[in-house]
Ligand binder design. Structure first.
Ligand code: UDP
Ligand code: GLC
Ligand code: MN
Length: 328
């Protein structure tokens, strides 16, 4: 389908790396849709080149900032004012329908069926389930809607200082009007939810189609945080491993080509990254949450789809195997 696209946003090189991994995860699961990335002028030339190789369209947009320090302080995320830039996605009117995905999401299986849904479809936010989370949503580009959204911003602002507050204010009947616009949680599994309801995660987590590394600590910042502080944020190590595996195998080689001898890991060195991977693997090994045992056929299928069950039967040996392949 050429008039339908997955759309993401990156205003800087860190989020650009997230966007690259997201794009590769969509390609890997053989999407038939176009891939579009909105970027801000701060994204460096080498990162733009890599994005252009992965995405069908890379569009430079003005960075919009809510400047709403009070609400952002309440959210404890002062950096999220720029998420207003997301609203530009409604201007992509050469597509009839799109799915927006945050740059900190990772696709675990083909999700093209999302295009059967209507605007505005999204999954519940784990913090307040009568709000939708704006990390994954189905929308219809329209200049009229875009103008109305900007108008809404000027008149009402955002209750969280970011795009999610605006969008929930604007599409305010989402919680009550039409259940078909409620995406199942497996299309936006916020890593934060994993530990708040562990039994549900153990029971249903294997069905996840999109993981969202929501929160301050992103997969690309693990080199810093996890390494020095020994923390893993709220993301499950197996999803982190998936992210790092894809980053190392299908993004790092492209970045290396662009940067040549120059270092390109703005936040961590390659060595720190390798050590982090090893400690993530160790963490998985030390505390594998029990999983329902899949049949060997199911496991084989999942493995072939790149969804190995790192937490259960396939755990350490396969993790090691996987790590060995890209740590060489
Ligand atoms: N984003 C960006 N630059 C920033 C902050 C955010 O490009 O400095 C974009 C990016 O696509 C990101 C999305 O806005 O995924 C929402 O921000 P984030 O994912 O950090 O919010 P969270 O999901 O953690 O609440
Ligand atoms: C949320 C969403 C994110 C959004 C942010 C600010 O937590 O996950 O996509 O940008 O809130 O509104
Ligand atoms: Mn996000």
């Amino acid at each position: 389908m050429t008039d339908q696209a997955f759309v993401t946003l990156a205003t800087n090189d860190s989020y650009a790396k997230g966007a690259m991994v997201l794009g590769q995860s969509l390609r890997r699961h053989k999407t038939s849709k176009k891939l579009a990335a909105l970027i801000g002028p701060q994204v460096s030339e080498p990162c733009q080149s890599v994005l252009r190789r992965i995405f069908d369209e890379v569009r430079l947009v003005d960075v919009l900032d809510s400047g709403d320090t009070a609400h952002l302080a309440l959210l404890k995320r002062p950096e999220l004012g720029v998420t207003f830039t997301k609203l530009h996605c409604w201007t992509l009117t050469h597509y009839s329908k799109c799915v927006f995905m945050d740059a900190d999401t990772l696709v675990l299986s083909n999700i093209d069926e999302l295009f059967d849904r209507e605007e505005l479809s999204a999954a519940p936010d784990p913090g307040w389930p009568d709000c939708f989370n704006s990390g994954v949503f189905v929308f219809r580009p329209s200049v009229e809607t875009h103008d109305k959204l900007l108008q809404y911003c000027t008149e009402h602002g955002s209750f969280d200082g970011g795009d999610q507050g605006v969008l929930n204010g604007f599409f305010s009947d989402w919680a009550t009007a039409d259940i078909s616009k409620h995406l199942p949680f497996i299309y936006n599994l916020s890593s934060i939810a994993i530990y708040t309801y562990l039994p549900a995660f153990k029971h249903y987590g294997g069905n996840a189609k999109v993981v969202h590394f929501l929160g301050k600590t992103k997969p690309w910042s693990y080199g810093l945080d996890a390494q020095t502080k020994g923390i893993f944020g709220s993301a499950h190590p197996s999803f982190l491993l998936d992210w790092w595996a894809l980053y190392s195998t299908s993004v790092v080689p492209m970045l290396q080509e662009q940067y040549g001898d120059q270092p390109f890991h703005s936040e961590c060195t390659l060595e720190a990254m390798e050590e982090t991977l090893a400690s993530v693997a160790a963490a998985v090994h030390l505390s594998p949450p029990a999983q329902p045992q899949p049949s060997s056929e199911e496991r084989k299928q999942k493995w072939e789809q790149g969804q190995a069950d790192y937490m259960g039967t396939d755990s350490f040996d396969n993790i090691k195997k996987k790590l060995d392949t890209f740590l060489k």
